[in-house]
Design a protein around this ligand. Structure first.
Ligand code: UGA
Length: 443
């Protein structure tokens, strides 16, 4: 099938590459000419495992093209996906400027029946607004063209995006148009093997499904962080509690890891946007507000542990950080807990030596060159001249370190383990003080 995708961010690029991989002819449109030029050379704008070979292969085979030209791209697609960003507005609602701009562009060029598919995470009611924006442009041109607008939210996780896209656990098609649903069923048939993954519903339910999924996952995390905060006050170990509750299949082991708070481009933004949607609809969401508040406090957790350990004397100290990205296997620093930690350390007069396998360049782009930040080439290099070590991101490379080497390198051997990677007894036997999240010895 012929597919056009507006936006070459995480969602657009991964979706485009995976649809091309399944034999479709895909044209990806982006307003950023330099990004399009880089993609044409086979350079990825993001770090995402497995993406580059699929993009390169399909580009070389003529299945995947990149352009800044909207008109021919709109003429190409039987299906036109909107996968542009929806950054948060000042009030927490999703900014639909880019989505509606694409809708108007589509309306300015549409000349035959087309299905317009919303893949961006958009507030409930956006499909209607996209439909109105397209219709207004068609009316201004005085042409009559049939089209459908479908909500088809994406559930990919950064770091696993290609696998999630090629093997989705569900495909939500939000549309009441039989014609549109049939086209999408055909497009997704290769992804829908072995058992039925497609769930068809109305547009608004599909839009809300995306927010509900992310808000539920964020709730699990904040819930566990709250249990961790209770655990450390009552002398319990949240890691044992986690295993104890996860064994119940109704709770499950996924997404109940306590830590330094959730980050990334989705959970913080989507929880806030859903809160806003609820309020606009006349409902005061209590649970969502609490999920966000717990998360906000949790991002201060590591700093507070460090500050307390050093009795507030952080001026002139050097803290080594392992991990900067908001989670492993990505270079994404959006809402990353490392940022709050570094900023608070700097405010307190401490210096940071940090190592992250992927996010160094991104960190440099955000903070520039500053004397109190050294971005190191290796995990152990970050320990040189440091007083203490803080673990912020659970990269695999940090899981089984050489504790003797850590002890020897730190002037004040102590680990602040923001991801509960280590067994406290093992670390303490190595002669290093240990602080985890919700595992005693924290207050
Ligand atoms: C999330 C969802 O998991 C995807 O299903 C969704 O499609 C995506 O948002 C989106 O809306 O586009 P992502 O933001 O890439 O994906 O990352 P996650 O793996 O979900 O992690 C989010 C944050 O939660 C990370 O900061 C992670 O460290 C934290 N987390 C996760 C915990 O603190 N504890 C856990 O048990 C799990």
């Amino acid at each position: 099938m012929k597919v056009t995708i507006f936006g070459t961010g995480y969602v657009g690029l991964v979706t485009g590459a995976c649809l091309a991989e399944m034999g479709n002819h895909v044209v990806c449109v982006d307003v950023d000419a330099s990004k399009v030029a880089r993609l044409e050379r086979g350079e990825m704008p993001i770090y995402e495992p497995g993406l580059e070979p699929i993009v390169r292969r399909n580009h070389a085979a003529g299945q995947l093209a990149f352009t800044t030209e909207a008109a021919p791209a709109i003429a190409h697609g039987q299906l036109i996906f909107i996968a542009v960003g929806t950054p948060p507005d000042e009030d927490g609602s999703a900014d639909l400027r880019y989505v509606l701009e694409v809708a108007r562009t589509i309306g300015r060029h549409l000349d035959r029946y087309t299905v317009v598919v919303n893949k961006s995470t958009v507030p409930v009611g956006t499909a209607d607004r996209v439909r109105q924006a397209i219709a207004a442009e068609l009316a201004a041109r005085e042409v009559q063209v049939e089209f459908d607008v479908v909500s088809n939210p994406e559930f990919l996780k950064e770091g696993d995006a290609v696998a999630d896209c090629l093997r989705p656990d569900r495909i939500i098609i939000g549309s009441t148009s039989t014609r549109a649903v049939e086209l999408l069923r055909k497009l997704y048939a290769p992804f829908n093997r072995n058992h039925e993954r497609i769930v068809v519903m109305d547009e608004r339910s599909a839009e809300l499904t995306k927010y509900a999924a992310n808000a539920m996952l964020a709730t699990k995390i904040s819930f566990m962080n709250e249990i961790a905060n209770i655990a450390e006050r009552v002398g319990a170990d949240v890691e044992l509690v986690r295993q104890g509750i996860g064994a119940d299949p109704r709770i499950g082991y996924h997404f109940i890891y306590p830590g330094v708070g959730y980050g990334g481009s989705c959970f913080p933004k989507d929880v806030q946007a859903l809160e806003r949607t609820a309020r606009d609809a006349g409902y005061q969401p209590r649970l969502l507000a609490a999920v966000e508040a717990v998360n906000c406090d949790q991002k201060d957790k590591l700093f507070e542990l460090i500050e307390r350990h050093f009795a507030g004397a952080l001026q002139g100290r050097t803290i080594a950080l392992w991990g900067l990205a908001f989670k492993p296997n990505t270079d994404d620093m959006r809402e990353a807990p490392s940022r709050r930690l570094m900023e608070r350390l700097w405010q307190a007069g401490a210096r940071v030596r940090a190592y992250d396998p992927q996010a160094r360049e991104e960190t440099r782009r955000i903070y520039g060159d500053r004397p109190d930040l050294v971005l190191c080439d290796g995990a152990y290099a970050a320990l040189d001249g440091a007083d203490a070590l803080a673990i912020v991101t659970e990269w695999k490379a940090f899981r089984s370190p050489d504790f003797a080497r850590i002890r020897a390198a730190l002037s004040n051997p102590v680990i602040f383990d923001g991801r509960n990677l280590y067994d406290p007894a093992t670390v303490e036997e190595a002669g290093i003080a240990y602080y985890g999240i919700g595992r005693g010895r924290t207050l």
